[in-house]
Design a protein around this ligand. Structure first.
Ligand code: ZN
Length: 445
């Protein structure tokens, strides 16, 4: 039996909790209302860009640039990558134009921004305005009383019922969305995804499973009794998931495609595309490379790599070049054989790491080398006037009044067409921190 005092405390707690929950509900409603307001502003901004583009621009590329420049302006102001801003503006316009009742429900705090996004995304399959109206009314009713994931599942069923086209027709379009993507997971791991037809992805899964199971049967595992273990044997304890992943990675890194358009024929594994090998730039501090320290290695200058993997890559690399970094601020000072133009190019890739447009992370190796001050107007071809820009932002800088001015330390001061400014410093490779356990003979930084 609980005492009356402890029952009293419980009642007090319950009252506090009830108030807290009310406050959370109120906050959610306010956030939803502000989200609706932001969506209306984003849509209005995109309408202006579209109107301007329609009156001024002649080519479709110029029309697109008007939107991109606006997305970059907003991105600079709210510190979001401009590609993401452009997508959000399109989603916002779609919500305002096609789902007015959903927008109202968001403004009233009845649904969250996530619910609204799901209604827009799933509803994209419907082109007919009447079908879309039925869809919106049906799904919104569900969204008002259910979670976002459940609303998505329900919305997909509703689309299936309202869709006027057969699965064959829809598959013909859906197959165009096939792609491969990667995403970092942290702790030195990444995820690779493939979107492809059910039958092919199912086939890949089946093949990997069969190969994994065969490997498992051939595995030599450690005997239960340690006394029976062979000290020289290499035991394989990988489970089926790990085997599937190892086999898939091996096939993708070393195999060649059967159909090779570069040679115009069906070729064997030594064909044109098969001769292309994976590239990676690994930055390894000298002490880590020598095995004296265990930290600081990075992939493309940004993604942490564990020391064992870095040393393994170093040992297997046919050639590598040293990159000297400043001992205090960590900026790249030079590569070890500095000769133009090849080494200037490598120097820029090492210094810039990625596209130097504000917020962009496209790796430098796929970027153009841009003369910040136009070469045709007297700009020089040296590191103080060159910077890595991806295709998208190189075009934007060439066609729209985005102005970069490079400083001696490699920082780039950007001014947007509307006069907003931002300074992009070069990447730092090293952040110095006291080593709690310095290796013998290590320098004092
Ligand atoms: Zn870029």
């Amino acid at each position: 039996m609980e005492s009356s005092a402890s029952l009293g405390r419980r009642d007090d707690d319950d009252a506090v909790l009830a108030r807290l929950i009310e406050s959370i509900v109120d906050d959610d409603a306010v956030i939803a209302e502000r989200e609706a307001s932001k969506i209306v502003s984003m849509a209005a901004a995109l309408r202006i860009a579209k109107k301007r583009a329609a009156t001024q621009a002649i080519t479709s590329q110029m029309r697109e640039l008007e939107e991109r420049s606006l997305a970059a302006e907003i991105g600079l102001a709210i510190r979001v990558n401009d590609r993401a801003v452009q997508n959000r503006m399109h989603d916002a316009l779609e919500l305002c134009d096609h789902y007015p009742t959903t927008l109202d429900a968001l403004a009233d705090g009845g649904i969250s921004a996530r619910h609204a996004t799901i209604i827009v995304e799933v509803g994209r399959a419907l082109q007919d305005p009447n079908a879309r109206a039925v869809y919106e009314a049906t799904v919104l009713e569900r969204a008002l009383r259910d979670t976002a994931p459940r609303t998505r599942a329900f919305a997909e069923q509703v689309v299936e019922e309202l869709h006027p086209r057969s699965i064959t027709e829809r598959h013909r379009d859906a197959v165009k969305t096939r792609k491969v993507w990667k995403q970092r997971l942290g702790d030195g791991m990444s995820e690779l995804g493939i979107i492809g037809p059910d039958v092919l992805v199912g086939g890949i899964w089946d093949r990997l499973t069969q190969q994994g199971n065969s490997s498992k049967q051939a595995q030599v595992t450690e005997p239960a009794d340690e006394a029976d273990a062979d000290p020289d044997a290499i035991y394989d304890e990988r489970n089926l998931d790990q085997l599937r992943a190892d086999i898939a990675i091996d096939l993708l890194l070393t195999g060649g495609p059967t159909i090779d358009p570069t040679t115009g024929a069906i070729t064997g594994p030594a064909g044109g595309l098969a001769a292309i090998h994976a590239r990676a730039s690994i930055v390894i501090p000298a002490l880590t490379a020598a095995g004296l320290a265990d930290r600081g290695a990075t992939l493309d200058g940004a993604i942490p790599v564990d020391a064992d993997t870095a040393r393994c890559l170093l040992a297997g690399a046919p050639s590598w070049e040293r990159i000297f970094t400043h001992p205090i601020h960590g900026h790249v000072l030079a590569t070890d054989t500095y000769r133009r133009p090849v080494n200037l190019d490598r120097y820029l890739a090492a210094r810039d790491v990625h596209c130097r447009f504000p917020g962009c992370r496209r790796p430098a190796r796929v970027c153009d080398r841009d003369h910040n001050f136009d070469w045709a107007l007297g700009g020089t071809t040296d590191a103080c006037n060159l910077a890595c820009l991806c295709k998208r932002h190189h075009t934007l800088k060439t066609e729209k009044p985005w102005k970069p001015v490079q400083q001696r330390d490699g920082s780039i001061h950007w001014t947007s067409p509307l006069g907003r400014s931002s300074t992009d410093p070069p990447e730092r490779y090293v952040i110095f921190r006291e080593d709690p356990d310095p290796p013998p003979g290590a320098p004092p930084f």
